[in-house]
Design a protein around this ligand. Structure first.
Ligand SMILES: [Zn+2]
Ligand SMILES: [Zn+2]
Length: 253
């Protein structure tokens, strides 16, 4: 089985991503997803087991599916998604829709309560039966990223200094890193670094809000002008990647 290649980040990659702004783990996860999809499109698309995995996931998740749109990817994407749509059609044709047997009153009550009908086999069968393969790979990459930071931290505090000077990790990846940290001292050092980042961000937001007051508008905005967007990325995560401009080994476009 030709499994798509998993990206293993180096220490230097993490340091570079920390210096570039935004959550370093999010940035490297995008690199990892791009590499994974490249490998899947060009090396693994003819492996029926990979296509079965994508079909079982009912396609890639919304965050990752659109990374398939890149130069030269049309044929491979069509082959993968033909399997997905055929699976959806087969499941729908073969599974009885039990919800249809309920009375009108029951269906209306479920609708008003925004409930999906219980034990509806078709709805259950249409849901992803396993996670998106890129998401599964992302969990592995998160582990590598965390282990690389922790291995470096076991030797020196240099990475923590870089963490403090960076835009910090997003909420999701701060949690990821803490989940892999089992030494109380290390855990506290990471927490302190993230608290310092949030404190600086809070001050920038306060400044941005202050300058929106008509009495101070003439001061003009400085670096805090996009602090609200940076805060959104650091809490909710970065905006979903648009159509990829990278990758794209030539095939039929
Ligand atoms: Zn992140
Ligand atoms: Zn995904």
């Amino acid at each position: 089985m030709t499994k798509p290649t998993t990206y293993v980040p180096y220490y230097d990659d993490i340091v570079e991503a920390m210096a570039a702004g935004g959550c370093a783990f999010c940035a490297l996860q995008l690199v990892a997803a791009e590499k994974y999809i490249d490998s899947l499109l060009w090396e693994s698309v003819n492996d029926p087991r990979i296509r079965r995995e994508v079909s079982a996931a009912r396609g890639f998740c919304r965050n990752h599916a659109w990374l398939l749109v890149r130069h030269g990817s049309a044929l491979s994407s069509a082959i993968i998604y033909q399997d997905v749509v055929r699976t959806a059609a087969r499941v729908t044709a073969e599974t009885p829709a039990e919800g249809g047997r309920r009375s009108l009153g029951q269906r209306l009550r479920a609708l008003f309560r925004r409930q999906t009908p219980p034990n509806d086999a078709l709805l259950a069968a249409l849901r992803p039966q396993q996670p998106c393969p890129v998401c599964t790979n992302a969990e592995l990459v998160d582990r590598y990223l965390s282990e690389t930071v922790l291995a470096s931290l076991a030797k020196s505090n240099a990475i923590i200094e870089k963490y403090r000077a960076s835009a910090g990790l997003c909420l999701h990846h701060f949690g990821t890193l803490l989940a892999h940290t089992h030494t109380p001292g290390t855990r506290q050092a990471i927490i302190d670094a993230q608290l310092a980042v949030w404190s600086a961000l809070d001050a920038e937001l306060a400044e941005f809000i202050r300058k929106n007051d008509h009495r101070f508008r003439r001061e003009g905005f400085g670096a805090e002008r996009d602090s609200w967007e940076r805060t959104m990325a650091l809490t909710s995560g970065p905006p979903p990647p648009s159509k990829s401009s990278r990758g794209g080994v030539t095939q039929t476009s």
